[in-house]
Design a protein around this ligand. Structure first.
Ligand code: GDP
Ligand code: MG
Ligand code: K
Length: 298
């Protein structure tokens, strides 16, 4: 019998310079843009998509998992935690050549709030003597209950295929979400959708449930006045929720739009036209993959 195709979302987290980009480059190839390599400041959501005959893995970056540095920081941490709860597996990468650090503790604290398989990836084993590895493994084992601990060298490619096999076993059967040649998504898409969603939840004082979704329909540069056009739909499950979000004479929706626009302008560093619609779509949550519906749609 033919094996079922597997697909899933995998977050790669870890302190700067542990080798996350090197790993991505090894797995996905040179095609991946190194623009995602701005360490703390990157807000990229999808880092890369790996596809072969048996599986598709969408690698996700969760910038907010690091200590907050700027104003959007706390919010980023929140969405990073949300994002981690929606992926199928988490790869927590550390550097074999360094000990346990405070940055790692911050990340492990975040991991305590999720219930997804977390794999500890000990990278750069080419830099250490094998005898150094065991104490490091013991140390991290005490900190968190990892699904498995896998040493690799992303630079030399050692054990990388094994790592791919190990976490793929934990991925669900699923469709191919992206075309084979898809390498990266529009980097800001996800953050923008989450900013709008947050404003909607906040301003309606959470009268609408957290299940609302925001789909970014379009992000477009408008030549003339250098503003960026963002068109988005807020998806609710019931007509009554649509009424709450639109508000009296549209006031609520205007407020949501105004606040969201200010944050998006800060995010993109540009003036923005934000156009919002509200759509009722019953049972949207029963679609194949929640994360996919949250704004990853092409
Ligand atoms: P990121 O910040 O986590 O994305 O880390 P990078 O992928 O940018 O890697 C940081 C540095 O570590 C670069 O100079 C890489 O060449 C180096 N590096 C990454 N993986 C390995 C490895 O397995 N072995 C060695 N020796 N160096 C590595
Ligand atoms: Mg990097
Ligand atoms: K990054």
């Amino acid at each position: 019998m033919h094996n079922q195709f597997k697909s899933g979302f995998v977050a790669i987290i870890g302190r700067p310079n542990v080798g996350k980009s090197t790993f991505m480059n090894h797995v996905i190839g040179q095609k991946i843009a190194i623009m995602s390599d701005k360490a703390q400041t990157t807000r990229n959501k999808i880092q890369g998509v790996y596809t072969d005959d048996t599986k598709q893995i969408i690698f996700i970056d969760t910038p907010g998992i690091h200590k907050p540095k700027h104003k959007l920081g706390d919010f980023m941490v929140k969405i990073a935690e949300n994002a981690l709860n929606e992926v199928d597996a988490v790869l927590f990468m550390i550097n074999a050549d360094e000990g346990y650090g405070r940055g790692d503790q911050f990340i492990i604290d975040r991991l305590e709030t999720i219930n997804k398989p977390v794999f500890l990836v000990i990278n750069k084993i080419d830099l250490v003597h094998p005898d150094q590895l065991l104490p490091l493994i013991e140390q991290y084992k005490e900190k968190y209950s990892f699904e498995e601990i896998i040493p690799i060298s992303a630079l030399e490619g050692n054990n990388v295929n094994h790592l791919m096999d190990v976490f793929t076993e934990h991925l669900p059967e699923g469709p191919q979400y992206y075309p084979e040649d898809q390498i990266t998504d529009h980097p800001e898409r996800f953050i923008i959708s989450e900013l709008i969603r947050e404003k909607a939840l906040h301003l309606t004082r959470e009268e609408v449930p957290h299940s609302i979704a925001v789909i970014i329909e379009k992000i477009d540069n408008r030549g003339e006045d250098e503003k960026i056009l963002v068109q988005a739909s807020i998806i609710v499950e019931r007509k009554s929720q649509k009424g709450i979000i639109i508000g009296k004479q549209g006031k609520m929706l205007r407020d949501i739009g105004k606040r969201a626009r200010q944050d998006i302008e800060r995010l993109l560093g540009s003036k923005v036209y934000l156009e919002l619609w509200v759509k009722v779509q019953e049972n949207w949550r029963n679609k194949p993959h929640q994360l996919f519906e949250y704004g990853y749609k092409q």
